[in-house]
Design a protein. Structure first.
Length: 439
């Protein structure tokens, strides 16, 4: 039955864009002062805008596949707190114009990325402007005296001012991360709380570096001048290299797993691309159910390797469809696959997921057996792909779902089946987008 009221597919994204525009409004109302600002602070603005642009162009691709730009966020926060600068006039523009300056850097970077065929979404940029807008109001427009005035006044404790700046930076960055997570949750149909957890958790080390960079610039600028901006960003740039190397190592591991998964295809045990389809569908279901990034990574690995045990068969199963095999044969295949995977020593969870994929859901419901959610997801997605043969033809999809519903509550977890139905509905209406797969 079609619901009478359906939430617009991009409502959250539209709201985030509206917040970004709202953050720009105070600055646009003061745009007449922009010429004077450029005349007095030309060099300071050039450094700030240049670093924001650079930060957007040298983004970090996290192991989950999401891209972040902590250098850009840190440079924006530095502009929020910047006050006295050795060799330059005190950086004292109205709060709204600080947001306009950051927006100028983001716009330039977006144009450059588009010219390089790397279009950036508007929602993350709007989320950043909103976070900067909140931080700049807390710093320059709120309190008596304001935090910015306290920074310029030597009578205030530098330590207390630094702590307050860090709290403001945390607030601004959390606003940005929460808004980005909300948009991501809407696009991937994952729970909002899970999206926030992943956004904050995965980038936590870099986010901590961003939080301290802005206050460092503000405290160093009276002594080092404009050199304080690039100097304060050096630790963050170093962290870039470490994260990049970590992501490369994870990508290499994923390639090795994928290569191992192809053994059953090359041996004629399973259809071509069956493992990839099961893995992709499993990850999408996992996102809808709110699994964390590490769980999604292990789920993907287990889904890629779920048929590995078939290489021990003397007579291949027709079309590799384990859903049609006898339960005892299914258990033997899963156990053999788990035994092979455990030789890697660091993939114990993956092996456990593979071994548990044949356990009927009724064992969980009736006997309380501990069957990992990842195993329940793979059991359902493997059955779906075995029955459809990888085709999304409506007739085949309906037949597969009918077969799965016959085993609902006995073979298959109802929550997993509901999540599968949501994913298939997104496919039907063309709502599925390219999503990062944990590597």
């Amino acid at each position: 039955m079609t619901p009478l009221f359906r939430r617009p597919a991009r409502l959250v994204a539209a709201l985030v864009l509206a917040l970004g525009v709202a953050a720009l409004v105070p600055g646009l109302l003061q745009i007449g002062d922009l010429a004077d600002l450029v005349g007095r602070h030309g060099r300071t603005l050039a450094v700030v805008v240049g670093l924001v642009v650079l930060g957007e162009l040298v983004r970090v691709r996290m192991p989950s596949g999401r891209e972040i730009s902590p250098l850009s966020s840190a440079s924006a926060m530095a502009a929020v707190f910047l006050g006295p600068v050795a060799g330059e006039p005190t950086f004292d523009p109205p709060a709204g114009l600080v947001v306009v300056v950051v927006a100028a850097g983001l716009l330039i970077a977006a144009v450059v990325r588009r010219a390089r065929h790397q279009p950036a979404g508007l929602s993350p940029l709007a989320a950043r402007l909103t976070g900067v807008g909140v931080a700049v109001e807390l710093t320059r427009g709120w309190g008596s005296p304001s935090l910015w005035a306290a920074l310029a006044d030597p009578g205030f404790s530098r330590g207390a001012v630094a702590v307050e700046m860090m709290l403001v930076a945390v607030t601004g960055l959390l606003v940005e991360l929460v808004l980005v997570a909300a948009v991501r949750a809407e696009r991937q149909r994952s729970p909002w709380s899970a999206a926030v957890r992943d956004e904050v958790g995965e980038a936590a080390p870099l986010t901590a570096a961003v939080v301290v960079t802005g206050p460092m610039v503000a405290l160093m600028a009276p002594v080092l001048g404009l050199l304080s901006l690039p100097v304060a960003l050096v630790p963050l740039a170093t962290a870039y290299a470490a994260v990049h190397q970590y992501a490369r190592n994870r990508a290499t591991n994923r390639e090795l797993i994928a290569t191992l998964a192809h053994l059953t295809e090359h041996g004629g045990y399973t259809p071509e691309h069956h493992a990839e389809r099961v893995a992709q569908l499993s990850v999408r279901i996992g996102r809808v159910m709110g699994l964390g990034e590490r769980q999604l990574r292990d789920l993907e690995y287990a889904a890629l390797l779920h048929d590995l045990g078939q290489i021990s068969l003397l007579d291949p199963i027709p079309d590799g469809a384990t859903v049609l095999a006898a339960p005892a044969d299914q258990r033997d295949i899963a156990a053999e696959g788990g035994r092979i995977i455990r030789r890697a020593e660091i993939l114990d969870d993956v092996a456990r997921y593979v071994e548990g994929q044949t356990t009927p859901y009724r064992m969980v419901r009736e006997l309380g057996e501990d069957v990992p959610m990842a195993s329940r997801i793979i059991k359902c997605t493997n059955a779906f792909d075995d029955i459809t043969g990888g085709s999304m033809d409506p007739v085949r999809v309906e037949a597969a779902m009918e077969r799965i519903h016959l085993g609902l509550g006995y073979e298959y977890d109802p929550e997993v089946v509901d999540a599968l139905a949501k994913v298939l509905e997104d496919v039907r209406v063309g709502r599925v987008e390219e999503q990062p797969v944990p590597g």
